[in-house]
Design a protein. Structure first.
Length: 234
């Protein structure tokens, strides 16, 4: 019987000399995001519970996008792929809290009570972010499997040699695409709260300039809500 081996070492650990161009781009986008958001002033943050909760969601979304990029750079691809659903969910919850949730919903969120993905998607669709339906239908099942150690994760560990890592390069590029796209959408969200139209347009233009397998097109109603900073724009 052929003996199978186990490797517990991470995948390829990149350096400045061998980083793929997609990873280099994501690192550059991440640095741009940090530079533009650091010190951003949101005047209504202290007084408005809706803004506080939405901002908290978007703040963690920025961290999740950074985590995906750092994990991939360190060769920890499985953990990076597992972060995609939390990243998308953090951004979507912030979007929902800011533009869809009733005052009662906002109070419930402060007690850690949130709607499930089906209601959240329907609410966002009614608000004009119709692409969320496609995201849920096309991606959600796979993202949940990756996050909750379903077969999408397990199967990638079962290689011809035994236990190791066999993630597809396209999946890694896809995760970087989500990190870039959601990160920049979050900047647009924060720019709206700060009433900084210049920052929102810069982030939107950077999004449009990015090439990759995943380039989310769903800014909040084409970017209008976040650019204007007003829920009424929806």
């Amino acid at each position: 019987m052929r003996q199978l081996n186990m490797s517990i070492l991470p995948g390829e650990h990149y350096t400045e000399e061998n980083r793929p161009s997609t990873l280099q781009t994501s690192i550059a986008v991440l640095q741009w995001i940090h530079f533009r958001l650091d010190g951003l002033r949101i005047d209504r943050l202290a007084q408005n519970k809706r803004i506080q909760l939405a901002s908290g969601c978007w703040h963690i979304a920025i961290e999740h996008s950074q985590a995906i990029i750092v994990l991939i750079d360190q060769g920890l691809h499985g953990s990076a792929l597992a972060m995609q659903r939390p990243l998308i969910e953090a951004y979507a919850r912030g979007l929902w809290l800011m533009y869809c949730a009733s005052d009662a919903d906002v109070d419930a969120a402060g007690r850690d009570q949130f709607p499930g993905i089906n209601r959240l998607t329907k609410d966002l669709e009614r608000a004009g972010a119709s692409d969320w339906v496609g995201i849920k239908d096309m991606w959600w099942s796979r993202l949940c499997s990756l996050t909750h150690t379903g077969y999408q994760q397990i199967g990638a560990r079962l290689t011809a040699e035994g236990l190791g890592h066999a993630y597809d390069d396209g999946e890694i590029s896809q995760a970087l695409g989500w990190a870039d796209g959601i990160g920049l959408l979050t900047v647009i969200g924060f720019a709206g709260l700060a009433e900084n139209e210049t920052l929102a347009r810069e982030a939107l233009e950077l999004m449009r300039s990015q090439a990759g397998d995943v380039q989310p097109s769903w800014t909040p109603v084409g970017g209008r809500a976040m650019v204007s900073g007003s829920p009424d724009a929806i």
